[in-house]
Design a protein around this ligand. Structure first.
Ligand SMILES: Nc1nc2c(ncn2[C@@H]2O[C@H](COP(=O)(O)OP(=O)(O)OP(=O)(O)O)[C@@H](O)[C@H]2O)c(=O)[nH]1
Ligand SMILES: [Zn+2]
Length: 195
């Protein structure tokens, strides 16, 4: 279980119980008795990134004297649409050109950074720009390209009901704005996945 002191679990539990009543359910019936507390804890986990700092994730760097492109692609992500509080999920591809001094971060930290921002009430555009901006601010990356591809369950299971529709967003910073570099990076990034 992953919770945080800033999450008022008691209040969230009462709110979920009240929601069940408003929907016409009986929160006392067997099967639902433990649901409000369970949902509260699940939300605390889904929104854990609200209480995490990107700087803490990126504060450990290694001097590998590499100031050329690094790409971590197909980073699976689950986030929550802030309009409907239902999931959107897919992948993030992150490319960056390290700082001039050649210091890089651990590869897993890129995936952790994605989660810091994904585990918040989000829209996909903001998720994408926050990842890019954090790499510039905290890693002093000379260039960044982030591409996020997701399916939004609020568009699949309700509303317009278009399962399979994919939303693609990108954010580009610094040297990767150069059209040729950006094109090359994009082709490396969203090229074929390994079978
Ligand atoms: N730009 C953007 N829109 C999103 C995202 N996630 C959900 N949405 C959209 O947020 C919009 C909210 O529109 P509203 O008209 O206020 O809400 P609604 O009546 O539930 O809309 P429908 O989903 O069309 O039924 C919808 O068009 C969603 O598709 C996102 O990450 N980015
Ligand atoms: Zn939505």
């Amino acid at each position: 279980m992953s919770t945080h002191p800033a999450v008022d679990l008691e209040r969230a539990t009462a709110a979920v119980r009240e929601l069940l009543v408003a929907l016409g359910e009986d929160p006392e019936r067997e099967g639902l008795v433990d649901t409000p507390g369970r949902v509260a804890r699940a939300y605390a986990e889904m929104f854990a990134g609200m209480h995490q700092e990107p700087a803490d994730v990126l504060n450990r760097t290694f001097d590998v004297d590499h100031d050329e492109l690094v790409i971590v692609k197909d980073i699976e992500l689950y986030s929550t649409c802030e309009h409907h509080l239902v999931p959107f999920h897919g992948v993030a591809h992150v490319a960056y050109i390290p700082a001039r001094d050649g210091r890089v971060t651990g590869l897993s930290k890129i995936a952790r950074l994605v989660d810091v921002f994904a585990k918040r009430p989000q829209v996909q555009e903001r998720l994408t720009t926050q990842i890019a901006d954090a790499l510039v601010t905290h890693l002093r990356a000379q260039g960044v390209l982030v591409v996020v591809e997701c399916e939004h369950l609020c568009m699949s299971m309700r509303g317009v009901r278009k399962p399979g529709a994919t939303t693609v967003t990108s954010a580009v910073r610094g040297q990767l704005r150069d059209p040729a570099t950006r094109a090359e990076t994009t082709s490396l990034m969203i090229g074929r996945r390994h079978a």
